[in-house]
Design a protein around this ligand. Sequence first.
Ligand code: TEU
Ligand code: CA
Length: 573
Amino acid sequence: RSFSPAGVTRIKPPENTVGFRDTNGDGIGDLPGILSKLDYIKSLGVDAIWICPMYDSPQYDMGYDIANYEDVYAPYGTVADVEAIIAACHERGLRILLDLVINHTSYLHAWFGESRSSKSSSKRDWYIWRPAKYDVDGTRRPPNNWRSFFGGSAWEFDDETQEYYLHLFAVEQPDLNWENSETRKAIYDSAVTFWLDKGIDGFRVDTVNMYSKRSFANAPILDERLEWQPAHSLFCNGPRIHEFLHELGQILAKYDAMTVGELPHTPQIADVLSYVSTKEKQLSMVFQFNVVETGTGDPTFNTTPRNWTLPDFRKRIAQTQELVPTDGWSTSFLENHDQARSISRFGNEETPEYWALSAKMLAILVTTLSGTVYIYQGQEIGMVNFPLEWNIEEYKDVNSINYYKFIQDSTKNDPTAVKRAKEALAHLARDHPRIPMQWDGTANAGFTTESAKPWMRVHDNYPTLNVEKQQSDSKSVLAFWQEALRVRKSFPKVFAHGVFSDTDPSNESLLIFEKIGDGQKLLVLLNFTTETKPIDIGKRLGGKPRKAVLRNYEDEPLDFLRALEGRAYLLDN
Ligand code: TEU
Ligand code: CA
C-alpha cells in the first residue's frame, strides 16, 4: 500500500463524497444518515434512490476510485449498514440503485497491486500497460498524447516495472483492461453480483461508454497550446463496447435489475439508441449530457463557462426527447453530483422571489419531460451554488483543484486568468452539489452536530434555505416539487411517455413545448427571462378556459408570462 504514483501534485484526499447526513458527529456523511432520512425521501414522491459510491476507497475522486467492491468505506459504515438500507427501502416501496464504477479501480485495489508487481504477474493484463517512448535525446514519453479528464497525461509511469499505465481519470484511477475476459468475469463477480445478491434493484453505471478503447493512436490536436489532447473519439463508444454491455446485460437480466448508464460525449441519437434500444438488451436508460452541457466549455476545459441561448438549450432538450417514440427510454434531469446547481446555471437568484420562481419553473421543466426523472439531493429545496467570495481552499474536488492549478501554472499566475478561473469554478465546479445538505437552521444546517466540523463548508444561506423551513410552508419549493411529482404520476401517459415537440424553436425568451400521449396534450410554457413577455395563451388553449395543472404564480393571465413564470396545461388532443 506504499505505492504512490509519481509526477502528480499530491492532494489531500477529501474524507467524503456528498454530504447528505452525518449521524456520529465526525463531520462526514454516512450510511446511517441515509437510513435516517428514507421517510423524508419517500415523502418527496420518488420511487427509487441512487447512492453514489460508498465502497472502500482512498477517496481521491470522492469514492469513484474503488479499492474493494465488496467492502464499504469505514467512515460511512459497513456492508451491514447497506443491507439495512436495502431492507428499509424495500419496506417503504423504494428501489435502490448503487453506483457501478468499472472503467477503473483505485490504484489501491488488490488487482492493481498484483498487476503492477511484475510484467509476468497473472494479472498484468488486467490493466492497460504500455512501454515508454523515447526521443532521440533519451527523453522518456508516454505512449501517446492523451489527456486525462482531470488534466495532465492519461498515462503514469511506474518505476517498479518501467512501463506506463492508462488512467482516463485521476492518476489514482487506473483503467481496467476489458479486452481480457478473465478481468470482465472478475468485475461481474465482484462489483456486480456481490450487490445484486444482497437485493439491490440495479445500478447507475459510471462512464458506461469507455470500456472498449478504439486504439492507442495519438489524439487529433484540438488545442495547439496543450501538450495533452482530449481523446474521446478514441476511447468512447469503442468497437467492443456493445458486446461488453450485452454480456453484462445477461447477468443483470437474471436479476431483473435496471440500469442507468452515464453516457458522456455521445450527442447523436442513433449512438444513444445503440445502448438503450430494448432489442439490444444492454441498458435500461442513460444519462445523456446534451442538456447539462449547455453553457459549458470546449472538451478541453469543460469547467470554463460560455454563453448559451435558449434556442441552444431547447435543442438539447429535444435531443433527449427524441428517444421517446423509439424502443428506447430517456431520462430527465438537470443536476447530479458532477453538475453545479441548476438555479445558478439556468435560473436567477438575484432576489428571493426570483430564486423561488426559478426553482419552481425548472421543476416544471424537469417533471414535464418524458423519460425517468432524476432529482439530486438539495434540488428539491432549491439549493444554489456557493458564492464566488469563498476561498479557493473550499474547493475539494480533484477536477476543480487540477483545473485551477493548471491555469495558475500555464499562465504563470496571470491575475486576470486566475480570477477568471475562480469565476469559472464558482459557476460550474463539481463542488457545488457536494456541500452539506441543508436540513434545518441549527449550526451546520443539521447536516452534522453543532460542534462538529463538516468535511465541506456549509452554505451561508442555510438559516433561510433548509428542509425544515420549507416543510412548514405550503408554498415552498419543496411543496412544489412534491406537487409536481404527484401531478406527473397522475398522468403518466402524457407526462412520462408523451411525444415532445418544440412549438417555438427560435424563441430566445420563452420555452414552449407540447407533449402528446394517450389522447391528451400537455402544453408547457416557461419564461426564462425576468421580463414580462406577451404571448397568446388563450389561443394555444384552443379558446377554452383551463386551469393549469402546474404553475408558479397565483393567477393565470392569458396574454403574457411574467418573470420566470412557468405553467403546464392539460388539454384534450
Ligand atoms: O463522471 C464521468 C464523466 O465523464 C464526467 O461527468 C466527469 O465528471 C467530468 O468530465 C470531469 O471533467 C463519472 C462520475 O460521475 C464522476 O464523479 C467521476 O469523477 C468520474 O466518472 C470518474 O469515475
Ligand atoms: Ca459520520
